[in-house]
Design a protein around this ligand. Sequence first.
Ligand code: TRP
Length: 450
Amino acid sequence: MQHSDGGQREVFNTRVGFILAAVGSAVGLGNMWRFPYVAAEGGGAAFVFLYILLTLAIGIPLMLSEFSVGRGARLSPIGALRKLGGGRWSVLGWMYVFTGFLILAYYSVIAGWVVRYALDGIVAGFAPDPAVRFGEVTSGLTPLGFHLGVMATTVFIVSMGVQKGIERAALVLMPTLFGILILLAIWAFTLEGAVNGYAFYLRPDVSELLDPYILSQAAGQAFYSLSLGMGCMLTFSSYLSDDTNLTREAVTISFSDFGVAFVAGLVVFPVIFALGIQGDVSESTMGALFIALPGAFVEMGAAGRVIGILFFIALGVGAVTSAVSLLEVVTASVIDETRINRRKASILGGILIAILGILPAVSLDFLGVMDKLAEAMLALGAFFMAVFVGWVAVGAADEIRKGAPERFHRFVPSLMASIRWVVPPVILFAAVYAFIAVYTEYMSAFGGGG
Ligand code: TRP
């Protein structure tokens, strides 16, 4: 892709490189860890259907909002919002950077557990008592070490730059993840209890959809999974040229992300049901992935060991590419705001986030509260992004048309209508639930003498 404004801002080298980097951001713990359980709990196939609707009605319009601001201004969030909306709006950019800090601090801790589980499998096989092992993996000082390892890897990739770091890593890592996941799904299909697993995952329970809580969960999951609400897609799109068809890329990225989440469910549930351990799962999503699955792998003997290693490698790959995109928001903001170079900016950001991550690394309670807080911040960030693009800054429609062939232009009016009228109320609704969840989580962790 050509650099069209003659400056020296970095650009993605190829279309595929950009798409895989954006899908790398989107696909992460949210897809392979959270989606299957939120879906199963929220009504199975009915939830999946609702989720697709929300991806179309909210996810894609929001992603295009971020793209139009990012490519329009060719700056990271703080500068881009200032350029298109004036000084006041740069505050939203600062909030995005703060949210990036918050998410990456605990996200890299969980990624560290994932790496440790992969190593478990490789070195000695999965531990016979998975609940005990989960306790070991998440307490003491070792999680801190793994968190630092993940952060160091992330800093390394980001410090290498957009083309040589982020794009190159995505071109290698994402096909690896897709390949592993497809293999796992085929293998899971051959398991004896597979049908029961599918039946649990995709049982079409429409009644759940009438529950406003489920709707808020689906909306929250949609923008978390698509990396929206904190300027991540905005930042990536600032490395695009004017001939990129933003609409087509947003659709491709969103459906790839959904595809991975959906297929992850086709892996997770057959494994769990093959062994009849679904009882362990209903307690918590965390328990599901880190206790039930290793438990299943251990019972499946040698095959389970290989499969488990592959599963945790895929999960680790997804987590690292997401971590990269989170650190890129922080790094790009430092570069644009201060003229500190990329290498120093990424190291500085990485060190500060690594320090913030000490809290969730040593305390699961902290991690839980940070996760809920992050979700609430994302909802707020997504809300203001839609308001900004729909009501404040003019020119998003033109930016979206730019680089898109004529036949794409007819979608623009309904896109803009969604950005103005559909996205803000739905997100606000999700935000209210998200903030209540922060409070509940906080009270259960630290309230009442706990
Ligand atoms: N989307 C990632 C996931 O599903 C997490 C993530 C990465 C993210 N970057 C983000 C979430 C930016 C929100 C905003 O795991």
